[in-house]
Unconditional design. Structure first.
Length: 321
């Protein structure tokens, strides 16, 4: 995997050999200016991983997107990539605040949550909102990220945060994005029961004491610059190594993520960050709307939502516009 520079630019391919072109042993170097300094070596990014319900520690590298990440984890533990529901960072618990999104810190430890038991739940929609916040793993599985207290779903004890939604009324939704699943659930008619087929993450056994970083140290094999950097996984194109976002950018992304939940019933930190980047590059609400429509037209964001995104980003920057 190639390393991107500070601003996402890739270093040129190839480059001179350590001492220029190969020379015969003992041949003196011709006089002249000093040879250019050899290009900085690309980092070898190595991450440590475990299965969340308990496993030895594995090492993965060489992935550029979420699907490749899952394939690498699956290869280490000899399972199918389709067994992985989602990953959390630095905790084996089903903690949606630690969910792996579009970025991985260079020191993060990855825990993969795999398929457990399947269950079916009958739900009667007595009001428009079910009280679910949906997200997806970027590889075909949508799952429950939050359940609103006092909501329809909250009253069903068998439905839990972390459950993957596999089917609605026997209609499989594997491969659908989270916003598509949220739209399907919103469009279900009131007072008519429907069935959710859910897959819960495999439960952890009494193995917490085994969760230690065995073997080589986490930093071994990793040649990186000092400072806070993250590996950003993009839905299109290769991953890039970036500086961590500024506090104002993080605040703006959190605000936009909250807006996504309130308007659409989804949370997606990568989508929120993309929208913040679009807002930073747009001098007005109208141009932000055009920019979002060109790259995220499938969401069909309403105008009032775009205006709130603009206001959230401006507020985070301390802009009085």
């Amino acid at each position: 995997m190639q390393r991107a520079g500070r601003h996402g630019q890739r270093p040129p391919e190839g480059g001179p050999m350590e001492n220029g072109v190969g020379q015969e042993p003992g041949t003196p170097e011709p006089p002249g200016p000093a040879a250019p300094r050899a290009p900085r070596s690309r980092p070898r990014l190595v991450f440590h991983t475990q299965l969340a319900h308990g496993s030895p520690t594995g090492r993965i590298e060489g992935f550029t997107n979420v699907k490749e990440l899952y394939a690498k984890i699956a290869e280490v533990f000899d399972i199918s990539p389709t067994e992985i529901l989602f990953c959390t960072l630095n905790t084996h618990k089903v903690d949606m605040q630690k969910l792996l999104g579009g970025q991985i810190g260079l020191e993060d430890f990855i825990f993969a949550h795999v398929r457990g038991e399947t269950k079916e739940v009958e739900v009667t929609k007595t009001e428009d909102a079910l009280g679910l916040t949906i997200t997806d793993n970027g590889a075909g599985y949508a799952f429950i990220k939050r359940i609103k207290e006092g909501s329809i779903i909250n009253r069903l004890q068998t439905v839990c945060v972390g459950d993957s939604i596999e089917a609605i009324n026997d209609h499989t939704i594997v491969g659908c994005r989270h916003y598509e699943v949220a739209r399907m659930l919103r469009e279900l008619p009131r007072a008519q029961p429907f069935t959710l087929r859910l897959v819960q993450p495999k439960k952890a056994f009494d193995m917490i004491g085994q969760r230690t970083r065995t073997g080589k140290s986490p930093g071994e094999g990793r040649v990186v610059a000092s400072g806070k950097e993250t590996l950003r996984l993009r839905t299109q194109g290769p991953a890039v190594l970036e500086e961590e976002p500024s506090p104002s950018e993080e605040e703006a992304a959190r605000r936009v993520d909250d807006l996504l939940e309130s308007y659409m019933g989804i949370r997606d930190s990568e989508l929120a960050s993309t929208m913040v980047e679009a807002a930073k590059a747009s001098p007005s609400v109208a141009q932000l709307a055009q920019g979002l429509d060109s790259v995220l037209g499938e969401f069909a964001f309403p105008q009032e939502f775009v205006a709130e995104v603009w206001a959230a980003v401006c507020h985070a920057k301390g802009n009085k516009e």
